[in-house]
Write a protein that binds this ligand. Structure first.
Ligand SMILES: [Zn+2]
Length: 273
């Protein structure tokens, strides 16, 4: 948490909900925690970023990619890339609300607002690079937009348990523990099954479930699990529901371990054999 739908919700808020971020210039950079900057030369970060303008925002998997431009003689561009990891939050606030206990980075803007990055657990990271590939080149296709053809081709090239494969960001980018469980439940596939044992029909259902669950979650602004993402309205079917009844068949949902991760399964809807 946050996964692809929650990161997409952050992107849409910053890009589409006035006052929007694109077009704003960074007047001042305040780094409150050096570890948030993924560069040993933390001192360079404010120097290089001050005076740059937010041009556009895109997402790949769980990474937010901000294109920055510096107008003037020899217009130049750079990219700020942010991964929220477990507890990162990114939002606009008035200048006077720019720092709180868990604030790690503040970008003071030219319109009396600041872009604030809060992160209680300190796992979130920020990069400033000339080329986004420096950070995201190891990722697979984005899980929301991958085509069915590429999905099928990629899955048939692996021989792995299906849940760890879904969580592998080099296979598909954006799926974490919550949505992996929801996707496998929707597809009726047991998380311990090997990808090489999936039938063409299984793969079609998995591909469709991936798109349907992530699309529904994006439209719901993500999921609010344990109050971590308060905007989220996505209703989970199995994640965190061990001991409760399956919404499809009424059987009891169980929790097992798969690749070190707590995993929620309906043993009837997701048979292993
Ligand atoms: Zn069931």
């Amino acid at each position: 948490m946050p996964e692809l739908p929650e990161v997409e919700s952050v992107l849409r808020t910053l890009r589409d909900c006035p006052p929007v971020l694109p077009g704003r210039m960074i007047n001042r950079v305040i780094v409150l925690s050096d570890t948030v900057i993924s560069d040993e030369h933390v001192d360079k970060f404010p120097v290089e970023l001050e005076g740059m303008v937010f041009s556009s925002i895109v997402r790949h998997g769980k990474y937010l990619i901000f294109r920055m431009i510096r107008s003037g003689v020899g217009c130049s561009e750079s990219f700020v890339i942010i991964h929220l990891r477990m507890t990162g939050r990114l939002f606009l606030v008035p200048h006077e609300h720019s720092v709180e206990r868990h604030t790690r980075l503040v970008l003071m803007l030219d319109n009396d607002l600041a872009l604030r990055f809060d992160d209680p657990r300190k796992f979130g990271r920020v990069w400033l690079v000339a080329n986004p590939a420096d950070v995201v080149s190891g990722l697979g296709p984005d899980a929301l937009t991958v085509s069915p053809e590429i999905f099928r081709t990629r899955i048939s090239s692996y021989q792995r348990q299906i849940k760890p494969l879904l969580l592998d960001q080099s296979f598909l980018a954006g799926i974490g523990n919550i949505y992996a469980d929801e996707i496998l439940f929707q597809a009726g596939i047991h998380p311990l099954k090997s990808s090489c044992d999936l039938t063409p029909s299984d793969i079609d259902r998995l591909c469709n479930a991936t798109r349907e669950i992530l699309t529904e979650a994006v439209e719901s602004n993500g999921a609010n699990i344990e109050g971590v993402f308060s905007k989220g309205r996505f209703v989970v079917s199995v994640y965190g529901r061990e001991g409760l009844c399956c919404s499809k068949c009424g059987s009891m949902i169980i929790k097992i371990r798969v690749g070190q991760r707590g995993t929620h399964v309906c043993p009837v809807c997701q048979p292993f054999l």
